[in-house]
Write a protein that binds this ligand. Structure first.
Ligand SMILES: [Zn+2]
Length: 271
């Protein structure tokens, strides 16, 4: 599904060759927030700031070539389960084995959420739907790492970098095809994919947006942003599993582990 070399490349001022999107494509811009960016981010991805300008330029040049562009925003409550400070005797970057959240925990969390103004309306609806299908007991577990406190709701670190805000702060709906989707707002579960939590239990609005316009059906999903080895990769896995031709644009992403390589046979193409 990769187009011919000549059609596939454009030249940018920074002399990088970036792919021109195929027809029927979406762009997912993952977590370009201050807390993931040097120099001051609490969970800064090394050289993450180096992709800001090329990414802005790429979007500007292709804004009419994507059917939809979705910016994702990690959006945690202060008591989020992924923060080391919320676990006794644990340090940042310690390993953790998560257990599938039980219904009582989820219900308690959602009751708190329902009174919070900081949770998007769609999220409240989604979380209410979630309650009825969460099983009482589940033995699933998930190995991961604990993180420094990051992307806490209503903090500077949670904001998407100001280089992009013109896209979605306009009142005239000029950029109707650009959306922002929040993730990570349920305190009792970690999120890496922008489509769903690590249990594939609670879903964000990303999938709905990709399916929204039947006439311009999305077939291809291009993914950029931070961090390559966590949220970019897991978003690509979800995208591929949902049947989209999935591409990660290597020049527009950085990993927490600079030596990380894409595993083979995942149905994802690094371009
Ligand atoms: Zn997070």
């Amino acid at each position: 599904m990769i187009p011919a070399e000549e059609d596939n490349k454009i030249n940018t001022k920074s002399n990088e060759s970036l792919p021109k999107p195929l027809p029927n494509s979406a762009l997912l811009v993952i977590d370009m927030q201050y807390d993931f960016l040097p120099p001051n981010g609490s969970l800064a991805v090394k050289f993450g700031d180096k992709i800001l300008k090329p990414l802005k330029q790429y979007i500007d040049e292709n804004i009419n070539n994507f059917e939809i562009i979705i910016f994702t925003q990690d959006y945690h409550p202060i008591d989020h389960i992924s923060f080391a400070c919320n676990h006794p005797n644990k340090k940042d970057f310690d390993p953790i084995t998560y257990k599938f959240p039980d219904t009582e925990t989820s219900l308690a969390s959602n009751n708190n959420m329902a009174t919070s103004n900081s949770i998007p309306k769609e999220a409240k609806i989604s979380s209410l739907n979630m309650q009825s299908k969460t099983p009482l007991k589940d033995t699933k577990s998930f190995n991961s790492l604990l993180w420094p406190k990051h992307c806490v709701q209503n903090t500077k670190g949670c904001e998407i970098h100001s280089i992009f805000t013109d896209y979605f702060n306009t009142l005239d709906n000029k950029y109707n095809r650009i959306k922002v989707v929040k993730k990570g707002y349920l305190p009792d579960r970690e999120y890496y994919s922008c489509f769903n939590d690590i249990w594939n239990d609670h879903k964000t609005e990303v999938s709905e947006y990709l399916q929204a316009d039947g006439d311009k059906k999305i077939k291809n999903v291009y993914i950029v942003g931070l961090a390559l080895d966590y949220c970019v990769y897991n978003s690509a896995l979800s995208s591929s599993q949902l049947g989209y031709n999935t591409f990660i644009i290597k020049a527009l992403t950085k990993g927490i582990d600079p030596n990380w390589e894409l595993p083979k046979c995942d149905g994802i193409t690094m371009i």
